[in-house]
Design a binder for this molecule. Structure first.
Ligand code: ADP
Ligand code: MG
Length: 681
């Protein structure tokens, strides 16, 4: 290995390229670990090289010429056992030809092919050597790279970093022994330059002890950072909203149902948080239909009974309006008003609502992201509830947070029906307190799921008709067409026309994202009052829609939907007393993933189990999406494969924060560098 003799100067081209890889200092390159390795520790005699194999060959140039109509560079070389090989370049710089003069000795590394001229290599990696030059004693690392930054440069810089950076072990020795982890320096050196006798399979599978050490440290740094963010948040001021049991008690009395035990527990936890003088940051997780809205209503009333404002923000207009209606109906008997804010409202109504919020005359509001837009003034905001929080970005969450009075942050209650698997909750959401509604309101009959091939669509239509004539209501969800919203709309219109023609006795409505707000609202109202039998819909109805009388859900091209989406859609039925059915129409052929998803949704009804399956099928990156989380994803640790280390990392984080603050700072600097600020968002 040859090391660079210095680190690229700031502002240089190389520094800019490294920055693309989030490498700013030698320390960052220390933890920029190889994707895989190449074995240059051995030479293969040409006579033994097998086509398809990657090999290293040492040979002397016999001749070199530009040949053929496509002007390729062809070099003929011979090894010490007198076998020949052709090296071929389709694209090359003239300097390469100059380098390949007869009599020079090279090591060629690349894939061996059986070519027209016998054994050949196309675009091999080439290194001039002298006879008898020793072979590397370690495997050659292949680093994650970026265009313009070659492996050679990365290797030299990595070796510079390895030689010039102290690889201090930041884990106390006792702890390392307890966890049976190798030392940091040893692990890092092994991963950059594994000795040829290292367990290649364990290195590739990243189960090698060196990998475990690195992954553990990474998980630990993440836990430390989240814990610090959590503590930092608690150092902020918030309005204390002690439970006064005036409005909240009145709501509970006037509800037509009793809260489930899970709901009561959630209400109590939130009530205690709201009483504190630092901001709550709580995630209320509850499966579809578990009754999160009423828990949010209780929290909002706790703010109101203290004379402070509370808002509920939802990701879609349909959902926001539905929340508004539900809350308005619950609050009206208590003599409380609520403002509804959404992009689609008429200007005059909007202005009037804004004025009432600005003056503090009205304490409650529900709406879409219109709530965080500029003219909205919430001078007494003390609580913000965000429904379907994973649909909002961090920035929107922050915008809402900054609406309150200066000097104090509002309490935040995030709600999600997409349960976060435990490993994710512990890593990417560890700075939230979490409450789970692990119980559905009583009297819910489970939804029967049926998988039906598209060839049997007629039967489904006949069934739909029978069900509706028998007094039931149904959703018909049109296929998701990710590439084109216009095409999706067209399909929805066609489906609507077809169903109307096929079922002239039924009243069939249509709802999609392009409708005006009033039109959407009208369609929703017509469906929820029972005026329509069938509601043909695009995925706009995916989240939150609550029409208890609907008991049949048909989803076309179910194979195109994600698992979480299917679970959400299915959750739109089974909300009333009637037995409900969800029919998933799929089209063949099914991809491997689509098959796995359909199997999971067919077999599982529990949202947590489905979320775990989803995580397994898609991986965590997609599950949260970097945009939504705003958190850098783990680079090495894998939540599925390394889940067993997360608990330990969390415990150790606690120990280190209490006993070794200096090690904490250095671990964070090592693993997060400048990115820690992001985590504090
Ligand atoms: P989600 O958690 O999916 O947002 P909702 O808050 O929309 O669920 O509640 C689903 C339905 O259950 C609503 O119609 C709601 O009024 C009703 N509900 C909520 N809590 C209870 C309860 N404890 N008993 C009976 N019905 C309830
Ligand atoms: Mg909801």
């Amino acid at each position: 290995m040859s090391a660079a003799n210095r680190w690229p100067t700031q502002g240089s081209r190389q520094a800019a390229l490294l920055a693309k890889l989030d490498i700013h200092r030698p320390e960052d390159l220390i933890v920029h670990l190889p994707l895989r390795y190449e074995d240059e520790t051995r030479l293969t005699p040409i006579a033994q090289a097998l086509p398809g194999e990657t090999a290293q060959i040492e040979a002397v140039v016999l001749s070199c010429e530009i040949a053929g109509p496509r002007r390729q560079l062809l070099a003929r070389l011979r090894d010490d056992a007198d076998s020949e090989i052709v090296a071929r370049w389709i694209n090359f710089y003239p300097s390469l030809q100059k380098q390949l003069t007869a009599g020079r000795r090279f090591r060629l590394f690349g894939e061996v092919r059986g070519g027209f001229f016998g054994i050949e290599m196309v675009h091999p990696r080439l290194r001039p050597v002298t006879e008898g030059e020793p072979l590397p004693r370690a495997l050659t690392p292949v680093y994650p790279a970026t265009a313009g930054l070659s492996q050679t440069v990365l290797r030299e810089l990595a070796d510079f970093a390895l030689q010039n950076t102290p690889l201090d072990d930041l884990l106390p020795a006792a702890l390392r022994r307890r966890l049976e982890l190798p030392g940091f320096a040893e692990a890092i050196r092994t991963l950059h330059h594994p000795p040829p006798e290292a367990d290649a399979r364990a290195l590739a599978a990243r189960t090698h002890p060196a990998w475990r050490r690195v992954k553990f440290e990474e998980l630990l740094a993440q836990q430390l950072s989240l814990r610090r963010a959590y503590n930092a948040r608690r150092a902020h001021e918030a309005i204390s909203l002690p439970p006064r049991q005036t409005l909240t008690a009145a709501l509970r009395e006037s509800l037509p149902f009793a809260l489930t035990a899970a709901q009561s527990r959630a209400v109590a936890e939130i009530a205690a948080d709201l009483a504190a003088s630092h901001p709550m940051q709580r995630l209320l997780q509850g499966d579809v239909g578990s009754g999160k809205t009423v828990v949010a209503a209780c929290a909002m009333l706790q703010a109101a009974e203290n004379g402070w404002q509370a808002v509920l923000m939802a990701p879609t207009e349909i959902l926001a309006e539905q929340h508004y209606r539900k809350l308005a109906a619950w609050f009206a008997p208590l003599g409380l008003d609520i403002v509804w804010l959404s992009g689609g409202r008429k200007k005059r109504e909007r202005e009037a609502g804004l004025a009432r919020l600005r003056s503090g005359e009205c304490l409650l509001a529900a709406g879409t992201h219109a709530l965080i837009e500029d003219p909205v003034d919430l001078p007494r905001l003390a609580l913000a509830v965000i429904d379907e929080q994973h649909r909002f970005g961090v920035r929107q969450r922050l915008a809402l947070r900054d609406k309150g009075i200066s000097g104090a942050r509002p309490h935040m209650l995030m709600m999600s029906a997409t349960p976060i698997p435990r490993t994710l909750a512990m890593t990417h959401y560890a700075d939230f307190d979490v409450t789970a509604l692990d119980e559905l309101p009583p009297g819910r009959a489970p939804v029967t799921t049926r998988l039906v091939c598209a060839t049997r669509r007629e039967e489904v239509i006949a069934r739909l008709e029978a069900a509706c004539l028998g007094g039931q209501q149904a959703y018909w969800v049109c296929p998701l067409i990710e590439e084109s919203e216009a095409l999706q709309l067209k399909t929805a219109l066609e489906t609507w026309e077809t169903l109307k023609a096929a079922l002239p006795t039924l009243r069939i409505g249509l709802i999609h994202g392009r409708l005006k707000s009033e039109e959407k609202a009208a369609a929703m109202t017509a469906f929820s009052t029972g005026e329509l039998h069938v509601l043909v819909a695009t995925t706009v109805i995916e989240v939150g829609v609550d029409v208890p009388r609907a008991s049949l859900m048909v989803i076309e091209h179910a194979e195109r939907f994600g698992l979480a989406q299917l679970h959400q859609l299915r959750g739109r039925v089974g909300r009333g007393a009637a037995r409900s059915t969800c029919v998933l129409i799929y089209e063949r052929p099914l991809s491997e993933t689509a098959r796995a998803r359909l199997k999971a949704i067919y077999e599982q009804s529990d949202g947590f189990a489905i979320a775990r399956e989803d995580l397994r099928i898609r991986g965590p990156g997609e599950f949260i999406g970097a945009r939504q989380s705003g958190l850098p994803l783990l680079r090495y640790a894998d939540l599925e494969a390394d889940g067993d280390m997360i608990d330990t990392a969390r415990d150790v984080a606690g120990e280190l924060l209490a006993g070794a603050p200096e090690a904490v700072d250095r671990l964070l600097a090592r693993w997060l560098g400048g990115r820690e600020a992001l985590l504090r968002a």
